[in-house]
Design a binder for this molecule. Structure first.
Ligand code: PRP
Ligand code: HPA
Ligand code: MG
Length: 165
């Protein structure tokens, strides 16, 4: 939680908005898709799972796998590492494979994923400037000082009116 405190702005994404943005991502991916379509989708857990499901549905991709990356903070002087790999027989070196995540921020997560699947196409719904170069296709860019709040981390709640009685 503390790592979002330095962020000046908040970008709150509803399920409806995420659904529309993930569909927009799928729409964009049609232009760069291989002639016979993508062989498989690899979702970066956990945030990439909902967008990957929506993209896979829109592009009729049935083979869906996951990759789990554990990030450590800099105090521990450790880099992110893969704690669960996708099926190597399915994904190979990433040729014809689509990697999906909810967002790229610093690009550290995608750095390790790209090292494993160098030929894959990388797609995220949202992107911040620091990590943008790590992504082949994305939908919406937000500034580096914006924290994106996803629907699975939020709940509807009462808010006080601007003007009290
Ligand atoms: O570009 P980066 O600076 O590496 O940050 C982006 C990653 O951070 C978040 O995942 P997180 O590691 O918090 O795990 P989660 O998806 O399980 O929430 C987000 O879902 C991306 O995967
Ligand atoms: O802006 C963000 N929102 C949610 N998770 C994240 N992980 C890195 N950056 C973000
Ligand atoms: Mg993630």
């Amino acid at each position: 939680m503390t790592d979002r405190l330095p962020h000046e702005k908040g970008f709150h994404v509803s399920w409806d908005q995420l659904h529309r943005d993930a569909r927009a991502l799928a729409w964009r991916l049609q232009d760069t898709s291989p002639r016979d379509g993508w062989r498989a989708v690899v979702a970066i857990t956990r945030g990439g799972m909902a967008p990957a499901m929506i993209v896979a549905r829109e592009l009729d991709i049935r083979a869906v796998d996951t990759i789990s990356v554990k990030s450590y903070n800099h105090q521990a002087q450790s880099e992110p590492r893969i704690i669960k790999s996708p099926d190597i027989d399915l994904v190979g070196d990433g040729e014809g494979v689509l990697i999906v995540d909810d967002l790229v921020d610093t690009g550290k997560t995608l750095e390790v994923v790209r090292a494993l699947l160098p030929k894959a196409h990388v797609a995220t719904v949202y992107a911040k400037p620091m990590g943008r170069e790590m992504v082949n296709t994305f939908v919406t860019e937000v500034s580096q000082d914006t924290w994106i709040f996803f629907p699975w981390d939020m709940a509807l709640q009462y808010v006080e009116p601007y003007r009290g009685t």
